[in-house]
Write a protein that binds this ligand. Structure first.
Ligand code: PMV
Length: 346
């Protein structure tokens, strides 16, 4: 093939799970199916430059915000090793990976999903350059497949605004190997749905998700948890179609607490909520019962709180966040995001 050098730039967003993925087996196969909202503003932007080289083996430089970042290299090397058999060109080129996030590095927002998704898109662009006959569907599906091998939840950051990962009898075409767009029409209330991320704690989280997933193997509640996630996905499917916000709120909050419940019951256990996380949860419950506004919270494997609500309530909720919830945030910080559509070629 005559391709010698070039570059591609893609952005890919973070995502927030409604039904959570927690627990996996090799090779990065989820113990239960999950579904997430794709975000819009919290993104990674990655430029992959490539130049043909003579000798085999992996060769790449890594830049983060324009500066060499040695500490990210082992993770990328491991990713390359995992995907080499699916992308044989990896040893034919020298790569420069130049990456940055649109959210602050210290915000406590995990960049593994958006980062692995953006890198996978750039790699698939090279793959398509070398194999121009591939269809768009194949292109996105394989990108999601690769992203999954980088970080499981990254496969839900490729394409679409509601993405399911993991085989489930009620979701046609769903797969353990890649994410698929929610194959039903979601109710219009979920268009422009908002996610305001309250920064309770900046900086690194105290448990790696790899360790967390592994601990599900010895957890006495794991089978019940996997069954609960499956049932919740069946229920959430109908809720998303019907626009039943009362049920949405109940299910999404319960999912977040179940995720933290299995962390609390792992051995060793870990407590990732902070006192301010709990304070915020209490304030949200009270606000909801006082006003009937269908606001709810969800959590990732960390202390920050994602506040989810329909677009039409953004005014009153902004007042509530500024006046009450932001007082529990580190430096008063929060990020206003909303549902988005996935990766973009720049
Ligand atoms: O993709 P990982 O291995 O970092 O796992 C992330 C899992 C959660 O964010 C806690 C839940 C989810 O489904 O995104």
């Amino acid at each position: 093939n005559s391709v010698d050098s070039g570059n591609f730039t893609w952005s890919a967003p973070s995502n927030i799970a409604l039904v959570k993925y927690w627990g996996k087996r090799e090779p990065q196969i989820p113990a239960n199916p999950s579904i997430s909202f794709t975000l819009n503003k919290c993104k990674t932007i990655t430029t992959l430059s490539f130049e043909r080289k003579r000798h085999g083996g992996f060769s790449f430089d890594l830049l983060f915000e324009g500066q060499p970042k040695e500490s990210f290299k082992p993770k990328i090397l491991k990713f390359f090793e995992r995907i080499e058999s699916y992308l044989p060109f990896l040893t034919d080129f020298h790569f420069t990976i130049d990456t940055r996030n649109t959210f602050p590095h210290s915000s406590g927002i995990a960049s593994s999903a958006s980062g692995m998704a953006a890198l996978s898109m750039t790699l698939m662009s090279v793959e398509r350059l070398l194999n121009p006959e591939m269809t768009d569907d194949f292109f996105y599906q394989k990108a999601s497949f690769l992203a999954r091998l980088g970080s499981g939840s990254a496969c839900r950051s490729i394409k679409g605004n509601l993405v399911v990962w993991g085989e489930h009898e009620d979701i046609p075409q769903s797969s353990d190997l890649f994410g698929v767009e929610f194959p039903f029409e979601a109710h219009e209330v979920f268009q422009n749905y908002r996610d305001t991320i309250l920064i309770v704690e900046e900086g690194q989280k105290s448990v790696s998700s790899t360790v967390g997933h592994d601990l599900m193997n010895g957890n006495p509640f794991s089978e019940a948890r996997f069954a609960q996630a499956r049932t919740n996905l069946t229920r959430l499917k109908q809720i998303l179609i019907d626009g039943d916000l009362k049920s949405f709120v109940a299910l999404v909050e319960s999912e977040a607490l179940s995720l933290h419940a299995v962390m609390l019951t792992s051995n060793p256990y870990y407590i990732l909520m902070k006192p301010n996380t709990l304070a915020i949860i209490e304030k949200i419950r009270k606000f909801r019962s006082d006003t009937n506004v269908p606001i709810c919270f969800t959590l990732d494997a960390g202390a920050n709180v994602h506040v989810l609500y329909p677009d039409e309530y953004k005014g009153v909720i902004k007042t509530f966040i500024d006046g009450v919830l932001s007082l529990f945030c580190e430096g008063g910080k929060y990020i206003e995001d909303k549902i988005g559509n996935g990766s973009e070629l720049l």
